[in-house]
Design a protein around this ligand. Sequence first.
Ligand SMILES: Cc1c2[nH]c(c1CCC(=O)O)Cc1[nH]c(c(CCC(=O)O)c1C)Cc1[nH]c(c(CCC(=O)O)c1C)Cc1[nH]c(c(C)c1CCC(=O)O)C2
Length: 343
Amino acid sequence: MNNRRLMNVLNGQTEKVPPIWLMRQAGRYLAEYRATRAEAGSFLSLCYNPDLACEVTLQPIRRFGFDAAILFSDILVIPDALGRSVRFVQGEGPQLDPISPEEIKDLDPSIVLENLNPVFEAIGKIREGLPGETTFLGFCGAPWTVATYMIAGHGTPDQAPARLFARKYPEAFHALIDVLVEASILYLVKQLQSGADAVQIFDSWAGVLDDALYLSASRDPIARIVAGVRAQIPGAKIIGFPKGAGVRLVDFVEATGVNAIGLDWTVPLDWARDVLQPKVALQGNLDPTLLMSDERHLDESIDRIMASWSNGPFIFNLGHGISPQGNIDLVHRLIQRVRSYRG
Ligand SMILES: Cc1c2[nH]c(c1CCC(=O)O)Cc1[nH]c(c(CCC(=O)O)c1C)Cc1[nH]c(c(CCC(=O)O)c1C)Cc1[nH]c(c(C)c1CCC(=O)O)C2
């Protein structure tokens, strides 16, 4: 057994008390994050400053004692490292120059590692600063989700610009996905070599695709990343998060071979327990709005998840990231309730 309990779960074991961490656990709901963020200036200068990125990664661990830390960075450092300069505009989210079909052939995935050196330096510092029992997670965005921002140049409600681009310029689109697969393999392997215990692949926009595009742009590229990472690091532990994948989750788990599956809050609990949990560890799936609501609704939802999932391999988490309006007292209450739950 490993004293990093989350790693036991990724090895298929059941922990009596599930390990807990929250997506976006470092962020604007924490005053100490807002202070460090102000010191850094821009969001990307925070991501690329090893000392400050280390500091914000450790903040939620100090405050809450989560079982896992997640590298403080962003999925959009990959387009940035590919030379597609990324800006984060206050209140508006990320902004990129939309990529044209002609520009895609000039992208070179082999340059990302040297541009991301500050991230690997941060990883070394974080590992040194973490308690020995805390699992350390790296991550990247899935090719499809990263491509949606590179194509539209900003977030959109349904990724219609990227879906249309895939139809108008199928060759260029798939060449872009291929570049992102290559860059992601290099990036995740180096994260694991630099001190991360396991990695998560975020496909926040997996749920907006029809069958054909889902397979070619979302599932298969993730499967190639998993295989590519394990070709260099046999047995590497990987969490997949294909948000909104719904009935495709079973096939996703089988086709990609991930060790755990992140589930959003729309996934029926007992279905996931009966159909997915025998194959793979579950991670999720509390609705993040419950951390802005009230104690009664929060408690009831925690207990329902615990009753359904805590007898098998399970990592407690949200179904998506915590909002800047997340209530810190409710986060404390959540952790306490999960750790003291007796079914
Ligand atoms: C799609 C996506 C992005 N980034 C990410 C995703 C996938 C997961 C998801 O769907 O949430 C992933 C991400 N972004 C961030 C992390 C850090 C680690 C963590 O604590 O989970 C992780 C894992 C920090 C961040 N990334 C961002 C912030 C807020 C920026 C700030 O501090 O000003 C943080 C803490 C900015 C960001 N980055 C992105 C957007 C759309 C935004 C703007 C939205 C917003 O402002 O909340 C792209």
